[in-house]
Design a protein around this ligand. Structure first.
Ligand SMILES: Nc1ncnc2c1ncn2[C@@H]1O[C@H](COP(=O)(O)OP(=O)(O)OP(=O)(O)O)[C@@H](O)[C@H]1O
Ligand SMILES: [Mg+2]
Length: 260
């Protein structure tokens, strides 16, 4: 199988990017695919979720994706988590990446992550990239490195409004990527998440997304669920409520595999 790099991204906070990308990495590795999770958010939420360390910055200082990008060499920084699952972790210091890219990096600032992923992609079936809630140079690097992008969104007005601008950004990065390396980024789909059936506005925005984006939407809807919300506390190893926490993500993974 040819390696697929998939970014999970939207410039909105708290829509489920880190949880969904982290669970996707976990479930794909459980299905027997070789997976690398790349955390491109300095909040390091998906790093904490997958590695179950308390303080990612303390643990991975100078052993993180920032260092891999600075050295343009991922190999010494890839950490094995479990069978089939590796990670390039994040720390607080990833927030300083822009200084490096704009002052010291001798290529276009958007291509730094792409370069290091090119060096390891053959070793993986899936490379899953979690991104920060902003259209920053971290997100630009993530999109440029990606073959596909999944857009998780909650069912609220601000997120609904953000999608169009996000798609515009994907288009711009895509043009740049096609020109630079003759390959493109495909929007794999928009994933509705954080659905709360007690909120009537959630239903309204879910319907509006269906009308506007139609086939681009994944059929799966990720609902708000207490066991999913507790994943950062109990993690993946030895978590007795794991089947409930990730049940709804399994059908999303089936759709994702069909679309790539
Ligand atoms: N399906 C769910 N049900 C309940 N809680 C959830 C669910 N998915 C995620 N959460 C919780 O909601 C919060 C936000 O989720 P998450 O961190 O995945 O979003 P995010 O888009 O990555 O946020 P940010 O933009 O800050 O990076 C977290 O506390 C997470 O544990
Ligand atoms: Mg996040």
């Amino acid at each position: 199988m040819k390696s697929k790099t998939i970014a999970f991204s939207l410039q909105k906070g708290g829509v489920g990017k880190s949880t969904i990308s982290g669970v996707a990495s976990f479930l794909l590795s459980q299905k027997g695919y070789k997976v690398l999770h790349v955390d491109m958010d300095s909040q390091a939420n998906s790093t904490q979720l997958l590695t179950e360390v308390e303080d990612a910055t303390e643990t991975f200082d100078e052993r993180d994706v920032l260092e891999a990008i600075k050295q343009q060499n991922p190999h010494p920084f890839i950490l094995n988590i479990s069978e089939n699952l590796d990670i390039l972790p994040s720390t607080d210091y990833l927030a300083t990446l822009d200084q490096f890219l704009f002052n010291e990096f001798n290529q276009s600032p958007g291509v730094a992550l792409f370069n290091i992923i090119e060096k390891i992609r053959e070793a993986y079936d899936f490379i899953i990239v979690d991104t920060p809630p902003a259209l920053s140079i971290l997100t630009i690097n993530s999109l440029f490195a990606a073959d596909y992008v999944v857009i998780p969104t909650n069912l609220e007005k601000f997120s609904y409004n953000a999608i169009e601008r996000f798609l515009g950004t994907v288009q711009e990065v895509n043009e740049f990527k096609t020109e630079q390396v003759n390959s493109s980024i495909e929007v794999l789909g928009i994933l509705r998440s954080m659905h709360d059936k007690r909120r009537s506005d959630n239903k309204i925005f879910s319907d509006m997304l269906e009308e506007t984006y139609q086939d681009a939407l994944f059929e799966t809807i990720i609902h708000r669920r207490a066991t999913t919300g507790r994943l950062p506390i109990f993690g993946f190893q030895g978590n007795t409520e794991l089947p409930s926490a990730v049940r709804q993500h399994r059908s999303f993974i089936e759709e994702l595999i069909q679309r790539v």
